[in-house]
Design a protein around this ligand. Structure first.
Ligand code: NAG
Ligand code: NAG
Ligand code: NAG
Ligand code: NAG
Length: 213
């Protein structure tokens, strides 16, 4: 009896270790990355579309997250953005976003703007949550990285996140494509556990529940 229990425990232990290893591997679903000024982050997730990745460290003590959003510009050059929708899932409208685009002299500027409609005014400084540290962005080899510190809205660890990439027109920010991956770039993300569900899944669940009710 005792020996059998022992081996059962051993087996259970092995299974648990395999599970933990699998979980760790899944969590590292993004390539190891280097960041400027010795920045590092505890977690990362490869976002499902637009070749983007999100890296972050969540601080439960003050409800803030330090993060880096990294994404390639579209072919021909353009802008990228990351943000949080404080109003609804699976939507750009209602999001407060950090948008990186080229500025004079090869620098990158960051616009912090609330998207009030599908044709937003892109007014700077209109975010719906606090940003205790000014964001910065860099550009290298066709890829932008935006470094942001946010107070997670409502001090909640689960947030509706959005991201995007679009073109410039005459040096100005122009509308992103209205099809394919550019409409799938939302994710409900748990900054504490690292778990996420994508916009597509969310909107399907939403539709199901609408039709069920
Ligand atoms: C956020 O919630 C945590 C507990 O989860 C708490 O310790 C912290 O004080 C809260 N922060 C703010 C700014 O309310
Ligand atoms: C939040 O807490 C972390 C960990 O203690 C600290 O490093 C960070 O500076 C704090 N952020 C703010 C905005 O107070
Ligand atoms: C937005 O305002 C901040 C200062 O609040 C500034 O640092 C930043 O460059 C501005 N962004 C743009 C695109 O003008
Ligand atoms: C949809 O409805 C089901 C059953 O009523 C519920 O369990 C589930 O949490 C709902 N899902 C969403 C996304 O609201």
């Amino acid at each position: 009896m005792a020996p059998r229990n022992h081996s059962a425990r051993l087996l259970a232990g092995t299974a648990l270790m395999l599970l933990l290893a699998a979980a760790a591997a899944a969590q590292q679903g993004c390539a190891p990355a280097k960041f400027q000024s010795g920045r590092s982050f505890q977690r990362c997730t490869a976002l499902p579309v637009l070749g983007a990745s999100l890296y972050w460290t969540y601080h439960p003590v003050n409800g803030t997250a330090d993060l880096a959003f990294r994404a390639p510009q579209i072919t021909g050059g353009g802008w990228v953005a990351w943000g949080i929708n404080t109003e609804r899932p699976s939507s750009m409208v209602g999001s407060s976003v950090f948008l990186a685009s080229p500025s004079a002299g090869g620098a990158v500027s960051v616009l912090m703007t609330y998207l009030e409609s599908t044709s937003p005014s892109l007014t700077n400084g209109t975010l719906k949550f606090d940003v205790p540290v000014a964001p910065v962005a860099e550009y290298a080899g066709g890829t932008y990285t935006i470094y942001v510190t946010v107070e997670l809205p409502g001090n909640k660890t689960v947030q509706n996140t959005v991201w995007q990439a679009g073109p410039l027109s005459g040096g100005q920010i122009a509308a992103h494509p209205m099809s394919g991956p550019n409409l799938q770039s939302t994710m409900r993300l748990d900054f504490l556990s690292g778990g996420g569900s994508t916009g597509a899944a969310n909107s399907m669940a939403h539709r199901r529940n609408l039709s069920a009710s």
